[in-house]
Design a protein around this ligand. Sequence first.
Ligand SMILES: NC(=O)C1=CN([C@@H]2O[C@H](COP(=O)(O)OP(=O)(O)OC[C@H]3O[C@@H](n4cnc5c(N)ncnc54)[C@H](O)[C@@H]3O)[C@@H](O)[C@H]2O)C=CC1
Ligand SMILES: Cc1ncc2c(c1O)C(=O)OC2
Length: 250
Amino acid sequence: MENKVALITGAAAGIGASCARRLAAMGIAVGVLDLDEARCASTVASIVEAGGRALALGADITDRGQVKEALAKLRSELGPIGLLVNNAGIPGFSSFLEIDDEAWDRMIRINLTGSFIVTQEVLPDMIAAEWGRIINISSMAAQAGAPRMAHYAASKAGMIGMTKALAHELGPNGITVNCIPPRFITGTIMSDQSFAAGKQPLLRDAEIAAGPIQRAGRPEDIAGAVAWLASDEAGFVTGQVIGVNGGRYI
Ligand SMILES: NC(=O)C1=CN([C@@H]2O[C@H](COP(=O)(O)OP(=O)(O)OC[C@H]3O[C@@H](n4cnc5c(N)ncnc54)[C@H](O)[C@@H]3O)[C@@H](O)[C@H]2O)C=CC1
Ligand SMILES: Cc1ncc2c(c1O)C(=O)OC2
């Protein structure tokens, strides 16, 4: 993995930051992309401190021009991109009849269209190298549902469909495409803010107590699965939706 370059979106914090640190520890040079470059500083610093290579990239994944600019910078400083983790996303909590057109469009635009744009812009490098890894961070809300999250669940279910279609299309090019749909990962802004604001529609503590594994997930749990999917050992795994969720959705 020493000569490989990965792009991780939404990597300023939470799951994305953990994935970036984990891939960097495998010797992969990482592009740490988030809404603005300054927000990426702490992730980049922690990677550099640990002896890894990382570059901060500011871009809104819904803006193709900004994505193109960020990727040009990543390619010129670190090289062609071999791995992509589509992790950037936003949550949303509204009863179905209260989701207006604007909230619906924004959700689909960021979580689904943003992942589409980044994947399209990264892909030529992987096709040229005849090797690639695409890992999409969806949500268990896409599989099991969650009240007041129809727009979010729909956007994340879209990522599962895109994963499966792309796996077919890109298998002949040596590129694998897989999906991890988490639930209840603690210590991230997204999950902690939603609980603090009382917006959480499910009884998190009750679900966790019901097991099978009776603890909340951690960003590192997701990063460990991402690291395996990124590795050469996982080259025969594609089009899969891999639950890293304590067994809560089987
Ligand atoms: N925390 C959890 O329990 C769960 C999280 N997820 C998914 O995991 C992913 C990461 O979430 P967390 O680390 O928990 O949240 P987080 O809010 O800490 O991280 C998301 C990152 O994405 C960035 N981002 C948002 N919109 C962006 C855009 N348009 N362009 C570029 N960057 C953008 C944010 O600035 C933020 O740094 C999300 O896609 C989320 O939907 C899924 C299921 C459960
Ligand atoms: C039930 C539930 N609550 C909060 C969140 C999610 C979820 O599925 C999610 O995927 O990201 C934040």
